[in-house]
Design a protein around this ligand. Structure first.
Ligand code: UN1
Length: 508
């Protein structure tokens, strides 16, 4: 079955790991892609060596010189066709995402749907890259601003959303007139190869210059090349805070732009006035969806003391109903972690939590036996903890949920904000006062704040990203496109005089 999927997506046993669109090359060392689902080898790629990277950058530079002259709605038309191609390949690409990354098939399809949605959004945007007009203080003068393409956008993406996050960046960047160079996660290289094939076919049909879509598969060093490269005015990086700090420092040192979308430590406040059915379902999906490997995963529940025991009991029985196993089997709720080192990090976090005094009400552990041969399947678990534990302050990319107790809303908000990260947050309440307080300037300090929905599963129409150690960047909807363009203020004098601003006199 997976063989058919790979064929549909034009993935060979061995793919070159660098590409400028139609052309593929790659002289670096080989990376193998093993599925966390069954431990099988899916395929291999040869990474991008330094000379391959140089070739991709050079092609991107020459492609930009032409691409930026295409009218934005024409670029939008090409993106529209990419959306159509993704619709046609949704099933195959969703399956590959599920098999290479390990998320459930439903979530794999959902991820491709997110790509289609951002294509649609970008098509509309291609006619709306608006600037403002201003009134000049001088007679016979006109002022306005316009947005121009920036150049090459470097995109570093993570394994957990191996295709959608790339599309949030590229589809906007392309309608803006930029060209892109993608360094995908080395843990999900084949998803990247599949996307590059899909795009290359559409680009060829439309005579888009070679180099508008660049691919450089590689490890951390490849990310460093992008971050340090003055030919790349914007680097958009999604991943761990540790990686983001390195990218931010390197890009900042050359005064480039960095768009950082890093770790989260997301909480749901469950008020005594919550709809408890919604609160429990939203919490469970938020905590165990994608096996706890979303940057928006719910990691902390901040529960009112009067309903704490009731919520604990309901969560415990909900977790007992979770089926863990092959994510391609739609009966299962939870698939594997990405690899064994993620399993080690999960086990270490459980030990640390216990050492700090945490009490597990749903025990964790690694699953063994038939169907679990890859060694990557773990049990989602729940611990009663305290907000100040160092493990609770830390993002562990695994399904570990911490229960915390509060008595006043002020206290709940302080706990919610009392971590280094600031991505997503929610309150479950039917009480208008509490909800508005949570959304006010003295409420949640996160980039995303929801009422009566969980912390994960954001739509593409809003700007996505967060504050503090999450990095401050915004991707996807709203006016996130502006970071992909350079703003220019224009003043035009159509009079016969040369009056100076601020009334300054200068006569000869
Ligand atoms: C991520 O985990 O990096 O809001 C992105 C969500 C998804 C995107 C998550 N739409 O959960």
């Amino acid at each position: 079955m997976i063989a058919d999927t790979l064929k549909t997506l034009q993935i060979e046993k061995k793919s070159p790991g660098a590409s400028t669109g139609k052309e593929w090359f790659g002289h670096g060392e080989e990376i193998s892609s093993w599925s966390p689902v069954d431990g099988a080898l899916i395929g291999a790629v040869s990474t991008s060596a330094k000379e391959d990277y140089e070739a991709v950058v050079k092609k991107a530079q020459s492609a930009f010189a032409e691409w930026r002259t295409w009218p934005a709605p024409k670029r939008g038309e090409v993106v529209r066709q990419i959306g159509e191609a993704l619709r046609a390949k949704k099933e195959a690409l969703g399956k590959l995402v599920s098999y290479e990354m390990g998320k459930s098939l439903q979530e794999g399809y959902g991820e491709v749907q997110e790509m289609i949605d951002i294509c649609d959004f970008a098509v509309g945007l291609s006619r709306q890259l608006h600037g403002l007009t201003m009134h000049s203080e001088r007679p016979g003068h006109r002022m306005y601003e316009q947005y121009h393409p920036l150049g090459i956008v470097g995109i570093i993406s993570a394994f957990n959303f191996p295709v959608a996050v790339w599309s949030w960046n590229t589809m906007l960047a392309w309608v803006c007139g930029d060209v892109c160079i993608w360094k995908p996660s080395e843990k999900t290289p084949l998803c990247a190869v599949a996307c590059q094939h899909i795009v290359a076919e559409v680009f060829e049909k439309n005579q888009v210059p070679e180099g508008v879509s660049g691919l450089v598969i590689g490890n951390r060093e490849t990310g460093e090349w992008l971050s340090q490269d003055i030919r790349i005015p914007l680097v958009s990086a999604t991943g761990s805070t540790r990686m983001g700090k390195a990218v931010g420092a390197a890009v900042g040192a050359r005064l480039g732009r960095a768009l950082l979308e890093l770790g989260g430590n997301n909480a749901i406040i469950i008020s005594k006035d919550a709809d408890l059915d919604i609160a429990v379902l939203g919490s469970v999906f938020g905590a165990v969806g994608t096996a706890g490997q979303r940057c928006t995963t719910t990691r902390r529940l901040i529960i009112h003391e009067s309903i704490y025991d009731q919520i604990k009991a309901r969560l415990t029985s909900a977790y007992a109903q979770l089926s863990i196993g092959d994510p391609l089997d739609q009966k299962n709720h939870v698939g594997p972690l990405i690899d064994r080192s993620a399993v080690d990090a999960y086990l270490a976090a459980i030990e640390k939590c216990k050492a700090e005094g945490g009490k597990f009400v749903v025990e964790g552990g690694v699953l063994e036996g038939k169907g679990y041969e890859s060694g990557c399947y773990v049990k989602p678990c729940i611990a009663e903890a305290k907000p100040g534990y160092s493990i609770v302050q830390h993002e562990t990319f695994a399904p570990i949920l911490y229960l915390l107790k509060y008595s006043t809303v002020d206290e709940a908000i302080a706990i919610q904000n009392g971590v280094p990260q600031g991505l997503s947050s929610s309150i479950m309440t039917l009480n208008l006062r509490e909800a508005e307080q949570f959304l006010s300037a003295s409420g949640s300090d996160c980039g995303i704040a929801n009422v009566n929905i969980g912390t994960s599963g954001a739509e593409i129409g809003g700007a996505f990203g967060g504050e503090k150690e999450t990095g401050g960047g915004r991707e996807s909807g709203s006016d996130a496109w502006k970071v992909y363009m350079r703003r220019q203020t224009n003043t035009i004098n159509y009079s016969t005089q040369l009056p100076l601003a601020q009334g300054i006199r200068f006569d000869l």
